[in-house]
Design a protein around this ligand. Structure first.
Ligand code: ZN
Length: 277
């Protein structure tokens, strides 16, 4: 009969690959304790962490070319159940609806810009032509060569290490911390920012997302220096968003007024109760 210690020892030395990595995450004193090892392995590989995987699949779920809308709806719902098994139904519904829209937006965007446009968008921009030359030559010029030029080119100069040319398009490598993956973003010239902003904020499927969601949406595929502040300015200047905000504010004020009315009439009773206590 093996002791706990022996079992732990044998288990520990027989681990390979990702399972071995689990060993490294454990404090030294627990590495040869059988039950601790089993727990750690379960945590990493058992169905509960499977939900992490489903969450990634859920968030990255996109409409396939041959997928019908009801079909997409079904697969989004299935993934939302797998990804958030313990969440209340209402929350799961909301998440599924949002993801459904996201899955659509991207397919539309892919159609409209992603596939063919970046190359076309970049082709007339002298700054990007220059950056592309640096990249194909594999040599960043001295700063003095760009110091007198605009913010756009200076910023790209400083990010030289993150830039690459893919299929004749200048792209930026961007670490998506949420999913721990590197995304390639097409660099958008200054003159074309508005088109991308419009597409990612105002098309019928992107339905006027807020500032942060719009930024995230753009970042999935595109980049330009000053993107965040441009989105802020754009959304702040969007008529539909401003109107919606105003009407929400009005509603809130009217709720507050009703609420105050109720409290006003209740307050004396509450106070009396507290005093008597
Ligand atoms: Zn808007």
């Amino acid at each position: 009969m093996w002791s706990e210690h022996q079992k732990g020892l044998y288990l520990a030395v027989s681990l390979i690959g990702q399972a071995q990595a689990v060993l490294g995450d454990l404090p030294k004193e627990k590495r040869q304790i059988f039950s601790d090892l089993v727990n750690a392995l379960e945590e990493r590989f058992a169905p509960s962490s499977q939900t992490e995987l489903y969450r990634v699949q859920f968030k990255e779920c996109r409409q396939k070319a041959s997928e019908t809308l009801p079909g997409l709806g079904q697969s989004v719902r299935r993934l939302s159940n797998l990804a958030y098994p313990t969440a209340p139904l209402e929350l799961r519904d909301t998440l599924a609806k949002e993801q459904f829209i996201d899955a659509l937006v991207d397919s539309e965007m892919r159609l409209r810009i992603k596939q063919s446009r970046p190359k076309e968008l970049q082709s007339n921009d002298s700054d990007l032509k220059l950056v592309k030359r640096w990249l194909t030559e594999g040599q960043r010029p001295q700063y003095s060569e760009v110091s007198g030029r605009g913010y756009f080119i200076r910023s790209l100069w400083s990010q030289f290490g993150c830039l690459e040319v893919h299929g004749d398009v200048v792209v930026r490598r961007h670490m998506d911390c949420e999913f721990n993956v590197v995304k390639l973003q097409a660099v958008i010239p200054m003159s074309e920012r508005k088109q991308v902003l419009q597409c990612c904020h105002e098309t019928k499927f992107s339905s006027h997302l807020g500032i942060h969601k719009t930024i995230e949406k753009i970042r999935q595929s595109f980049y330009w220096p000053g993107l965040q502040s441009d989105v802020r300015t754009y959304v702040a200047g969007c008529n539909q968003c401003t109107m919606r905000k105003r009407s929400m504010k009005r509603k809130r004020v009217s709720w507050r007024l009703e609420d105050n009315g109720r409290h006003e009439s209740k307050r004396p009773a509450c106070m009396a109760y507290n005093v008597n206590k």
